[in-house]
Design a protein around this ligand. Structure first.
Ligand SMILES: [Zn+2]
Length: 100
């Protein structure tokens, strides 16, 4: 997972690429803390460019952002999540495959 931080006026966008999983999502938390330390940034976590979003990782990320909102007294963090969670695993979804 890689994260590019893009600060525009009072908004910090975290553009996430790669794999967002149960193992990797905690990397986002210190970035949120740092954003809070820098200024009163509104934080957006943009997962639309990720190659892989693990549903458990996403669930835990939502939980932890909620917790950090309370802890850091920040405005609600906006999560941009694609409608369909992408996966980097080479799995062909049967329901979408064109069956013979
Ligand atoms: Zn992956």
């Amino acid at each position: 997972m890689t994260v590019r931080a893009d600060a525009v006026t009072s908004e910090l966008r975290l553009l996430v690429a790669g794999c967002v999983t149960e193992q990797s999502y905690p990397d986002l938390l210190p970035l949120m803390r740092r954003a809070r330390a820098m200024a009163q940034f509104r934080i957006t976590i943009d997962l639309s460019g990720a190659d892989h979003i693990d549903s458990t990782g996403l669930l835990l990320l939502r939980k932890d952002t909620d917790r950090l909102e309370d802890e850091l007294l920040i405005e609600p963090v906006e999560l941009v999540v694609p409608d369909r969670l992408p996966s980097c695993l080479a799995v062909t979804p049967v329901e979408e495959g064109d069956r013979p």
